[in-house]
Design a protein around this ligand. Structure first.
Ligand code: PGA
Length: 257
C-alpha cells in the first residue's frame, strides 16, 4: 500500500503563535497518520512549525524559494536557510505566484532544479485557467507547463519531484474538479512523464490534485488511479478540518489497494 501524500498550503495565513496552536491541536488529534503529511507555513512561521513538529511524523515544506544560496537578493529566502529549519519540500510555481508575481516557466524550472540539486523535494504546480478549459486547451497548457518545469532534469533529479495538478478555476472557489476530470489530466501528465523519463521513474512520481479539496471529497480523488495525494489550501487552515482530510484519506487509500 502506498500512503497518499497530503500537502497543506497555508498561503499567507498564520503567525508563529497561530502555527504553534495549530500544531499542538493537530498532534493531539492525529497521532499516526496513514499518509505522508507535509505542512507549508509562511516563512515567518517555519521556526515555530519546526519546533512543534519535532518527534512527529509530519514533514515541513516551504511555499517558495530562491535559487541561489546567498547574496544581494533583498527579500528572498535560500535553500540552505530552509534546510536549517528542517524543511524537506518546497512548492514551486503555484498559480498565485505565476499570476500575481509574474513567475515564468523558466523561473519555476530554475527553482525545481535548484531544489533537486540541493536537497529539497520540489512540488511543481501546473494547471489550466477556466478560459483554457473552455477552449479545449487543458492538456496543451498543462503539458507545456510540465515540460518547461521539468526541463533538463535527469532521472536522478526526477525521482525527487512531485507534481500538483491544480486547475486555476478550482482553487479557493469551492468549485472542485470532478475526480474523473482530474484523473484524465493526471493520466496525461503521467504519459508526458513517461515520455521524459523512464517508465519506472514516471510511475514513481507522486501526482497530487489541488483545488477545493476538503474532508468530504478527498476520498473520491484518492480512488483514482493516477491521483497519489492532494495539495490542500483552505481546508488545511483549521486543525480539525485538516485532521479529517487526513483521516478520510486513510480510509480511501485502503480501498484503493
Ligand atoms: P484550495 O487551495 O484548497 O483553497 O482550493 C489549493 C491551493 O491553492 O493549493
Amino acid at each position: 500500500m502506498r500512503y497518499p501524500i497530503l500537502v497543506a498550503n497555508w498561503k499567507m495565513n498564520k503567525t508563529a503563535a497561530e502555527t504553534d496552536s495549530f500544531i499542538s491541536q493537530l498532534k493531539k488529534s492525529v497521532k499516526k497518520p496513514q499518509a505522508t503529511v507535509v505542512i507549508c507555513p509562511p516563512f515567518t512561521a517555519l521556526q515555530a512549525a519546526h519546533a512543534g513538529l519535532k518527534g512527529t511524523p509530519f514533514f515541513l515544506g516551504a511555499q517558495d524559494v530562491y535559487v541561489l544560496p546567498k547574496g544581494p537578493f533583498t527579500g528572498e529566502i535560500s535553500i540552505p536557510m530552509l534546510r536549517e529549519l528542517g524543511v524537506k519540500f518546497v512548492i514551486a510555481g503555484h498559480s498565485e505566484r505565476r499570476k500575481s508575481f509574474k513567475e515564468s516557466d523558466n523561473d519555476i524550472n530554475l527553482k525545481v532544479k535548484a531544489a533537486c540539486e540541493h536537497g529539497l523535494k520540489p512540488i511543481l504546480c501546473i494547471g489550466e485557467s477556466w478560459d483554457d478549459r473552455k477552449e479545449g486547451k487543458t492538456n496543451e497548457v498543462v503539458e507545456k507547463q510540465l515540460s518547461a518545469g521539468i526541463e533538463s532534469l535527469d532521472e536522478r533529479e526526477a525521482r525527487k519531484i512531485l507534481i500538483a495538478y491544480e486547475p486555476v478555476w478550482a482553487i479557493g472557489t469551492g468549485n472542485n474538479a470532478q475526480p474523473g476530470q482530474a484523473q484524465d489530466v493526471h493520466a496525461t501528465i503521467r504519459k508526458a512523464l513517461e515520455g521524459a523519463f523512464s517508465k519506472e521513474t514516471a510511475k514513481g512520481i507522486p501526482l497530487l490534485y489541488g483545488g477545493s479539496v476538503n474532508p468530504s471529497n478527498i476520498g473520491s480523488y484518492l480512488k483514482e488511479k493516477d491521483i497519489d495525494g492532494a495539495l490542500v489550501g483552505g481546508a488545511s487552515l483549521d486543525p480539525g478540518e485538516f485532521a479529517s482530510v487526513i483521516q478520510n484519506s486513510r480510509m480511501k487509500a485502503d480501498a484503493r489497494q
